[in-house]
Design a protein around this ligand. Structure first.
Ligand code: SF4
Length: 70
């Protein structure tokens, strides 16, 4: 996907998009714990590297890859 399309997709579909800036919300799931116990708590956290800063989808964004792109 070219950079313009990536940015447009983030604008329309990313829950963290806020007028070109990122809210920085993300989730953490311990896959090892999940495999061992067949359940896992899901932790939500604020990514201080991204929160309140311009969207970086063109440079690569793990949240975007995991939750926005299908
Ligand atoms: S940096 Fe990633 S998570 Fe934040 S708004 Fe852009 S695509 Fe969404």
């Amino acid at each position: 996907m070219d950079k313009k399309k990536l940015r447009r997709k983030a604008q329309l579909e990313c829950a963290n998009w806020n007028t070109g800036y990122c809210l920085g919300c993300d989730f953490n799931i311990d896959k090892g714990y999940l495999k061992k116990n067949n359940w896992v708590p899901v932790f939500q956290y604020l990514d201080s590297e991204k929160a309140g800063k311009p969207c970086v989808v063109e440079e690569g964004c793990k949240y975007f890859d995991r939750f926005v792109v299908q």
